[in-house]
Design a binder for this molecule. Sequence first.
Ligand code: TYC
Length: 104
Amino acid sequence: QQDDIASPTIKPQVAEPELKRPAMYRVVLINDDYTPMEFVVEVLEVFFNMRREQATQVMLAVHTKGKGVCGVYTKDIAETKATQVNQCARDHEHPLMCEVEPLE
Ligand code: TYC
């Protein structure tokens, strides 16, 4: 009987702190031949809160390199931003494409 007390089968439940950081995702803009540069700059200003100078730099980087990062966010926010950009592009009849890719 004493052994049962010394080696209990019910372990005390100790709450461990949850300290994991959320997975992060890149929102990426893809180059194409038809979307006007000015439209891309405005998209970066409106949806990614960039100033005109930075928006212009990112747009030109996408234009020359083929794609470029607009920002890094948690999954829900990244997917919402990409959806908003793609919808806005469709609304204005531009082929601009925005994608989400996991970081790491
Ligand atoms: N290549 C386009 C042009 O010459 C501009 C552009 C830049 C389009 C970035 C899409 O993601 C893009 N008008």
